[in-house]
Ligand binder design. Sequence first.
Ligand code: PLP
Length: 380
Amino acid sequence: MNVDKIREDFPVLSKKVIYFDSACMSLKPVQVIEKMNEYYNEYPACAGRSVHRLGIKLEGEIADARELVKKFINARNSKEIIFTKNTTESINLLANSLNFKKVLLTDKEHNSNSLPWRKFKYGVIKSNQDFTFNLEKFNKGIKDYDLISFVLTSNVDGYNLPAKEIIKIAHENNVKVHFDAAQTVPHQEIDVKKLDVDFISFSGHKMLGPTGTGVFYGKEELLDEMKQFLVGGETVIDSTYTNFVPEPLPAKFEAGLQNYSGIIGLGAAVKYLQKVGLNNIHEHEVKLVKSVNADGLELIGYSGERGIFNFNIPKVTHHEVAHILNYGKNIMVRSGRHCVHPWYNSNNIDGSVRASFYLYNTLDEVKIFNEEIEKLKKLS
Ligand SMILES: Cc1ncc(COP(=O)(O)O)c(C=O)c1O
């Protein structure tokens, strides 16, 4: 993987920023930006309704993007790929389209995979002291539930759940499985068919794609069972004043005119990631995270499996650290509770600093980060 060459594709990197906030929002390569502009410059029409040349061209581009995403996660059918605006919308779609008796969550869920489930009865499984998942506890408690909705890769510590084992146990107990894969799909290969997972949600903007793009995947037979959540234009074949006939998949869940430039930009992002190779990206991220000097820092979990490094410096607040890094050497990290407020509150931690790495980051950047952290430690 040629990181120097990759960096040339990301226009904002020419502004000398050290961008360590990709778990929040990834940067966009020029290939994605150009593909989005292609929509506005060449076929800025609506899809799925107009029979003119521009409409037909766009229809083909959207179908191509859907096919790219389908292959990327190895879905059986492109009908199983529903375009949404982000992971949050994908999860809300599931929570509002099927009725669940009781949903099981982990204690490290992002608010987006916590709040939507509170309309049902729900339980929370606590992680082990070392931040790992307790399969034994899970195995014992699973019988009470009909859905588990877990964060597959934590945005707090980068820990990856033992997905295969969890799915096996859940399915043996007739429990459906949804994974919040927002921090997984951008960084490792996911094969939904092989995993036999029922649903996953992820965001385009964390995987080099445009903002306002997301994906909800579900097995076709389950998507067919789901009622519509948002309804309106494009979600019906026909309607009268009193009735309507829903569209089949995937249009059934894609209400109104869509973020067309975003969707085709997401297709370009998938192509880009495939070209570089997710295994190469993962290996690179692990190298970066392992080169961070953790001496004297309070670590908030540390898996070393992902490019996520979450920490505090004793006696310096997390926001102070983020501001100083930003104003000093243009190092951009995130500080706060990372939208996982329940976990931070229950552990009495006010917040933390998260540096998150991606394919365009370098060991030289981590070296500068280490030097700045050394200076900050002297303040404590
Ligand atoms: C694990 C996880 N789940 C869900 C989300 C929500 O993603 P979005 O804001 O794109 O809906 C995020 C975003 O940071 C995340 O890290």
